[in-house]
Design a protein around this ligand. Structure first.
Ligand code: FAD
Length: 426
């Protein structure tokens, strides 16, 4: 190892390790500095430990899953379609399987297997991995200073310190302070994938899941954000993958002190008149059936009782005695229940955090800081987040690999970064 490393990677998570592997393969000397005693701790908990590491979707469609300007992210995703990420991992001996939803998982191994393969290849390519090293300061030139005062010299630095949640994995949000020290613009962290807190007391519904609902997130002055998927009630929160996907937008609106409402259609695709016809048929066929029991054929029984209460109609009202107004009120609730959103889960519990290095500071073609040559960024430390489904890890790999390729290109005086793994899309 040369005394001055070609590249010091700050943070040995998903993005930092992908960066280190690529740098090593391109002949760069690389040192990874990781604050915990093991790299990739957050990577190991992804996808319930199974590691949903990308998503089988074309770049343009994938771009829509990211909370940033599509014009910024599409070129990156075109360079890094999911096939290229799969190929990167198969070159490490980690093969892919795709489920019915398009989520891509490692075959025959898990998230820890992905981590192990990345660390093994980093070391095999001559990289150094130093754990238990918390970086306190990055000094242009470059000297990377640890909290104990020791330093590592580098020709280039890639900042890959992740976001600010699940702090036991090491992602404590250090990236913001490191960047502010360097005079870079940053955006404060906020929970991007987390459950939403409601004004209503939902304890009677805790544990209830509705498999397929349509949700609209309504915030003053913004277009409604629509999501479809399952819906889970907890004591004070609502959750489910689609709710998580709306969280970042809700968090931003709440920070701007806008009222936020989550409107749920429990019967997506069914019009009020279709439902009215079904009520009429049920009244004729089963006049003595109680309303709560009948609604139980549409939604979970506890939810049915709760919707009756919300509509102001007793759940034990027999269908024959249901007035037109009561029926309309119930159908209204089935098609549109409003939850006032008062907050999110704490940031510590967020699967992904928004905020980080302002995207104006970054050249997405190279992942280099626009104003500070030799400084690169990768992964969640950037002010980008994406929906659930493998997109956040995809971003970590793509940006980590790109940063290393750019360092290699700059070193060889090349105009455009080389690609380590080429993929044919035809
Ligand atoms: C429970 C959970 C499940 C998830 N499931 C999925 C999933 O299935 N699919 C998906 O795509 N995404 C998933 N994610 C999101 C995904 O894990 C992250 O987006 C991804 O890990 C980000 O990679 P990163 O390398 O940028 O950051 P991280 O993986 O957080 O790595 C950052 C690293 O930097 C280190 N570090 C921080 N500060 C310092 C410092 N000062 N000095 C030295 N080192 C430092 C940290 O210790 C950490 O190891 C999940 C997240 C969670 C919490």
């Amino acid at each position: 190892m040369a005394e001055v490393a070609d590249l010091v990677v700050v943070g040995g998570g998903a993005a930092g390790l992908a960066c280190a592997v690529t740098a090593g393969r391109l002949g760069l000397t690389v040192v990874v500095l990781e604050r915990t005693d093991r790299c990739g701790c957050k990577l190991c908990v992804t996808g319930g430990g199974k590691g949903n590491f990308t998503h089988a979707e074309p770049p343009r469609a994938m771009a829509e899953r990211f909370d940033c300007d599509v014009r910024l992210i599409v070129p990156l995703l075109r360079k890094f379609p999911y096939q290229r990420i799969e190929q990167f991992f198969s070159s490490l001996g980690v093969y892919a399987r795709t489920d019915a939803e398009g989520c891509v998982w490692p075959k025959g191994t898990d998230a820890a297997g992905i981590r192990d393969a990345l660390v093994k290849e980093t070391l095999a390519r001559g990289g150094l991995v130093r754990t238990g090293c918390r970086v306190a300061r990055i000094e242009p030139g470059w000297q990377v200073r640890m909290v104990d005062g020791s330093t590592v010299a580098a020709r280039n630095v890639c900042l890959a310190t992740g976001g600010a949640s699940y702090s036991r994995t090491g992602s404590t949000g250090d990236g913001l302070a490191l960047c502010r020290d360097l005079g870079l613009e940053t955006v404060d962290w906020f929970p991007a994938l987390a459950s939403l807190r409601t004004k209503d007391d939902l304890s009677s519904l805790a544990g209830v899941t509705q498999p397929k609902v349509e949700m609209s997130l309504l915030t003053a002055g913004d277009e409604p954000r629509i999501a479809t998927g399952h819906f889970i009630f907890a004591h004070t929160h609502v959750s489910g993958s689609s709710v998580l996907n709306l969280c970042g937008h809700a968090a931003r609106a709440l920070a701007e002190r806008k009222p936020v409402v989550l409107r749920v259609d429990w019967m997506p695709g069914r019009s009020a008149s279709e439902l009215a016809e079904e009520f009429t048929a049920a009244r004729a066929g089963h006049p003595k059936q109680q309303l709560g029991t009948f609604l139980g054929s549409y939604v979970a029984r506890r939810l049915a009782a709760w919707l009756c209460a919300k509509a102001g109609v007793p759940a034990d009202r027999v269908l024959a005695h249901l007035s037109r107004t009561e029926q309309e009120s119930i159908i209204g609730q089935l098609r549109s229940t409003d939850f006032a959103i008062t907050g999110t889960e704490p940031i510590e519990r967020a699967r992904v955090t928004g905020g980080g290095v302002s995207l104006d500071e970054v050249d997405f073609a190279t992942m280099q800081a626009r104003r500070i040559p030799g400084l690169y960024f990768a992964g969640e430390v950037l002010d980008v987040w994406a929906e659930t489904g493998g997109y956040n890890l995809h971003f970590a790999w793509a940006t980590g690999i790109r940063a290393a390729e750019s360092v290699a290109a700059a070193r060889s005086g090349g105009a455009s970064p080389p690609t380590v793994v080429a993929v044919s899309l035809t």
